[in-house]
Design a protein around this ligand. Sequence first.
Ligand code: FNR
Length: 183
Amino acid sequence: MTRILGISGSLRRLSFNTGLLRAAAELAPDGVSIDVMTLDGVPLYNGDVEAEHGPPASVVALKDAIAACDGLLLATPEYNNGIPGVFKNAIDWASRPPSDVPRVFGGRPVALVSASPGGFGAILSQTAWLPVLRALNMRPWFGSALAVSRAGALYSENGVLTDEPTRKRLADFVAGFSSFIGK
Ligand code: FNR
């Protein structure tokens, strides 16, 4: 079994990005599972807290979940053309201490997807992640791109991705990333 961990960078209940991961989990090919995780409960990074107490329990759980997966799928919203603070903050926490980066991130396959009600599907946020993935020595998959634009028209009122062409693109994306992980 190939185990993918999908992390959504949105805390919103009806998040388009979390909905994208939930749909990805449904559409994963045989032999591939996708666990969907959100970042509720991760506090703001504070070096004093780290020095005095070490990473909080929510961060330890995040790190262990990443370390246990075969591939990481990041679903990123875009705020002001960049990475939302909630998401960057959590990955910054997970990158501490630096001695743990090889275990948690090093060489790990990673892919990015995004969704936005706007016309560009949060593609600038995907681009903004690239230096972060490089800093963490990850192994990004660039075999295809998925930036879901005009998301408001593609989801049900419950936050479920219902648009069939987008679901098909997502299924192809997950299949491509899964096969990259397997290599
Ligand atoms: C946004 N949004 C947004 N969208 C976009 O495509 N480009 C952008 O630069 C921004 N900037 C931005 C800043 C801030 C502070 C907020 C709160 C929102 C809109 C954003 O895409 C929208 O809220 C999405 O619904 C967020 O993703 P989730 O929560 O649906 O996953």
